[in-house]
Design a protein around this ligand. Structure first.
Ligand code: PAF
Length: 321
């Protein structure tokens, strides 16, 4: 992708005449003042870029919720562990701006690390509380502290009326909502549906890491979660049994053959989507959440028990704002 080098705020290059780009906080402030003149409301979509249809669904939801859509494109170093993929995380700012513009965003904030954290890594951080230790938090120490610190800072800079997050990152959604409640932040949090590839794989920027063979095996996670959801619909409501079913399904010989790459599960858990507490007796609307590795790529996914559309192409959970 052609590098994008403009440094002052202005129109994105190429066809994106409707999208303004702010690289600094001063530019952002100026652009926001113009954008809000006349009392326009702002919906904000924070991203780490390398946009895919899952992000576009966030922008679509944002457009429904406010007069103007602003996104951020920032790969946040605070949320990566020392052995994680910060350096190789895929980046494509020029393409992201084109996609966001085509989807109706009018302002992109794309700061450097120095611009986002001018005094160096922030000394005061947002601690996610016990929910940050569960699920992915148990395997990625410090991850949600890094996420919440960045999100709080972005909320402070953009001051949106509403911010839109994706249901694929269900734990992130729950923790952001908790932060907004606990810190009395004046922003509404909306959730957009999880978007899947045709074969059911949840869309993620990290899917770009998968080799063709790994990509062939990757839908196994959604298939296992779907099998558990079918069992739930058939009357199996014990959380532990639903979790065991996912494990068994992943341990069975993959359809692609005995040599196909296998998913190594970090966890699978039936949880309350609001509190993230494990549930022994699952009810419709509870989440079955899982994460695991194929090769060097970490995948996460979840289904809303009894509520997700069985169609593997797009999984909607109904009323989700
Ligand atoms: O979901 C993401 O892409 C990131 O965690 C976020 C919310 C942009 C914070 O860096």
């Amino acid at each position: 992708m052609t590098p994008v080098t403009w440094s002052a705020s202005g129109d994105a290059p190429g066809k994106n005449r409707g999208l303004r780009v702010a690289r600094t906080r001063v530019e952002l402030e100026r652009e926001l003042a113009q954008l809000r003149s006349g009392g326009a409301t702002v919906a904000f979509v924070p991203t780490m870029g390398f946009l895919h249809p899952g992000h576009l669904a966030l922008l679509d939801r944002a457009r429904e919720l406010a007069d103007r859509v602003v996104l951020s494109v920032f790969v946040n170093p605070l949320q990566f562990g020392p052995e994680e993929d910060l350096d190789r995380y895929p980046r494509s700012l020029g393409r992201d701006l084109e996609l966001a513009s085509a989807r109706g965003a009018v302002l992109a904030f794309a700061p450097s690390v120095e611009e986002m954290y001018p005094g160096g890594p922030p000394r005061v951080r947002v601690h996610p509380g016990p929910g940050g230790e569960l699920l992915c938090g148990a395997f990625r120490p410090g991850h949600f502290e890094g996420v919440l610190t960045a999100v709080a800072r972005l909320f402070g800079l953009v001051r949106p009326d509403v911010a839109v997050f994706g249901r694929k990152d269900a734990q992130q959604v729950a923790l952001v909502r908790q932060m907004v409640r606990d810190l009395e932040l004046r922003v509404e949090i909306a959730v957009a549906p999880l978007v899947r590839e045709m074969d059911g794989l949840a869309m993620s920027s990290r899917n770009a890491y998968l080799t063709p063979a790994e990509r062939g095996s990757a839908p196994a996670l959604f298939q296992a979660l779907s099998a558990a959801d079918m069992a739930f619909r058939g009357g199996e409501h014990r959380g532990a049994e639903l979790e065991a079913l996912v494990r068994r399904r992943l341990e069975a010989s993959p359809e692609e053959g005995p040599d196909a790459p296998r998913l190594r599960l970090d966890y699978v858990q039936a949880v309350d989507s609001g509190t993230l507490d494990p549930v022994q007796a699952a009810r419709p609307g509870h989440l079955l959440a899982a994460a695991g590795w194929i090769g060097e790529t970490r995948l996460i996914d979840n289904v809303v028990l009894g509520a997700d559309a069985p169609d593997p192409r797009v999984s909607m959970s109904g009323r989700e704002t």
